[in-house]
Design a binder for this molecule. Structure first.
Ligand SMILES: O=P(O)(O)OC[C@H]1O[C@H](OP(=O)(O)OP(=O)(O)O)[C@H](O)[C@@H]1O
Ligand SMILES: NC(=O)CC[C@H](N)C(=O)O
Ligand SMILES: [Mg+2]
Length: 511
């Protein structure tokens, strides 16, 4: 789940870079592997800094000062395609037509087909294994077809409409055309999020697109509006805004995992407060816990697994009327472990990140609450920590139902084998993670916990729970192919160095 931002300032002599940098810091929880910013300055020239690492590692003051111009886009990456190579850090760039830069959150399910098309039909050179580079080149090729010296809004809408016909999967994207403006694009199912807002200043309105509303709010933007599924929004230098829904008749299905885990709790996504949804998940889960224990309820204390589950756990403890305690201390300098690359790294970092305080565990029956159990990395480690700290019994409750199927729309869990609940029932999962009992939320309760705050959304993408892939092209053949390509043993997706021509990453030279 990457994070994307785009900004266009009304004052063309001002610099977009400081706000873009700030926006990437606010989106850090969506991607920790790479970060990048491209700006467009005088004469439409593009300025870029990107590379592997966290936002504060990639950018230094000197480099930020060099990113001149009042328009720009930015990206934080959590890879779901290709590798972790620096050459796949975003934004991507193509010089023809017009000089386009592009940042993408999501994952394409027909990347192989697009790669062949771009090679054999469009004759476009693709320099990496990233699906985002394919998306950019599809857009560029569609714009090229207009054959025009200068592009207009109508041409851009046509090119994006065609892109929706050609590309399948989850994609929220921002693009910038040098010296022209910025564009926000959301896939026809609205699987990945994208929101826009504006900020008034003496020169007029600044406009910004971002993955999450927290960015807009923090930077003083107002009048937030989600980009609709299938919609494209163009903001030109000069402040002209055009928006159009280019695909109709497709079911809108935002990814429910954004509400469970990915998004920051202070964001509002598709009109739904993530915070309220998580409180609601805690309430629903409390009912499930009550039902599951019946009269044999012997929980002494509810303990959250920091960070994401805290809100839900607090509400659950209130509902159960059982005391809530912060039994795990979190090292604030270790990032999110789920989005780290490689199982060994993830496991090691759970231990580095969380420490059990014996005071809260010794001699007690504890109910640990987490937002989800995916590979079981976190739960396995912390259950052991709880036991080592003297817990008598360790129960584990998850705000999300069992995750049994891969994600193909922008979360890096491509294989069934890595999912601890795949092919296992609740009892077997409990055995596997060494819990005395595991309690999962029911899918209908999870959906209701989120949907009640915006009943206009009829459905969510819940494929990781129910194996229903809304794009209609994900079948056994595709999943087996993906497993072959992206299992941790079978490929080089963890490689961070690359022999690619360094077209895209000159950040080290600038240091
Ligand atoms: O079963 P797993 O494969 O371990 O995945 C699930 C865990 O990973 C995430 O935590 P993470 O540490 O990434 O982030 P957080 O600090 O926001 O909770 C999530 O909140 C769960 O705790
Ligand atoms: N998580 C994401 O949104 C990933 C975007 C893109 N597929 C990449 O791997 O860079
Ligand atoms: Mg967690």
């Amino acid at each position: 789940m990457c994070g994307i931002s785009a900004l266009i300032l009304a004052d063309q002599s001002a610099s977009a870079c400081p706000d873009l940098f700030e926006s990437l810091g606010l989106l850090q929880h969506r991607g920790q592997d790479a970060a990048g910013i491209v700006t467009s300055g005088p004469k439409g020239r593009l300025y870029q800094c990107k590379g592997n690492g966290m936002v504060n590692d990639v950018f230094e003051q000197l480099q930020l000062a060099r990113l001149v111009g009042s328009i720009g886009i930015g990206h934080v990456r959590y890879p779901t395609a290709g590798s972790s190579s620096t050459s796949e850090a975003q934004p991507f760039y193509v010089n023809s037509p017009y000089g386009i830069t592009f940042a993408h959150n999501g994952n394409l399910t027909n990347a192989d087909e697009l790669r062949v098309y771009l090679d054999k039909i469009a004759h476009r050179h693709i320099n990496t294994d990233s699906d985002s580079e394919l998306l950019l080149n599809i857009l560029a090729n569609n714009l090229q077809k207009t054959g025009k010296f200068r592009v207009n809004e109508e041409d851009i809408f046509t090119a994006i409409k065609d892109l929706h016909q050609q590309c399948r999967g989850g994609y929220a994207c921002v693009a910038m055309i040098a010296g022209y403006g910025i564009i926000g694009i959301r896939d026809p199912h609205g699987i990945r999020p994208l929101i826009m807002g504006r900020r008034k200043n003496p020169a007029g309105f600044d406009y910004m697109f971002s993955s999450e509303s927290v960015v807009l709010e923090s930077l003083g933007f107002t009048d937030f509006e989600d980009v609709k599924p299938g919609e494209a929004v163009i903001v030109t230098q000069g402040g002209n805004v055009s928006r159009r829904v280019l695909v109709t008749g497709k079911e809108a299905t935002p990814c429910i995992f954004e509400f469970v885990y990915f998004a920051r709790q202070d964001s509002i996504m598709d009109g739904i407060s993530i915070y309220k949804a998580r409180l609601s998940m805690g309430e629903a889960l409390a009912e499930k816990v009550k039902k599951s224990f019946g009269d044999a309820m012997d929980i002494n204390v509810v303990i959250p697994v920091p960070d994401t589950s805290r809100v839900a756990a607090l509400q659950l403890s209130r509902r159960l009327n059982i005391v809530y305690r912060e039994g795990f201390n979190k090292n604030r300098y270790v990032g999110r472990t789920f989005i780290m690359p490689g199982q060994q790294t993830r496991r090691k970092n759970v231990r580095r990140k969380l420490n059990a305080m014996a005071l809260e565990f010794h001699g007690k029956n504890v109910l640990l609450v987490d937002d989800s159990i995916v590979r079981g990395t976190t739960s396995k480690e912390i259950i052991q920590m709880a036991r080592d700290a003297g817990a008598k019994k360790v129960y584990f409750a998850s705000c999300a139902p069992p995750i049994r199927y891969p994600n193909v729309y922008g979360i890096d869990m491509p294989t069934r084998q890595e999912l601890v609940a795949h092919g296992r029932n609740e009892k077997q999962v409990a055995e596997e993670i060494n819990a005395d009992k595991v309690i999962y939320q029911d899918l209908k309760d999870l959906v209701e916990s989120v949907r009640r705050f915006n009943p206009l959304i009829e459905k969510f993408d819940t494929s990781v729970f129910d194996n229903c892939y809304v794009t209609g092209d994900v079948d056994e053949k595709y999943l087996s192919h993906l497993e072959g390509e992206r299992s941790e043993e079978s490929n080089s997706r963890l490689s961070i160095d690359s022999d690619c021509v360094g077209l895209y990453n000159n950040y080290q030279q600038n240091k």
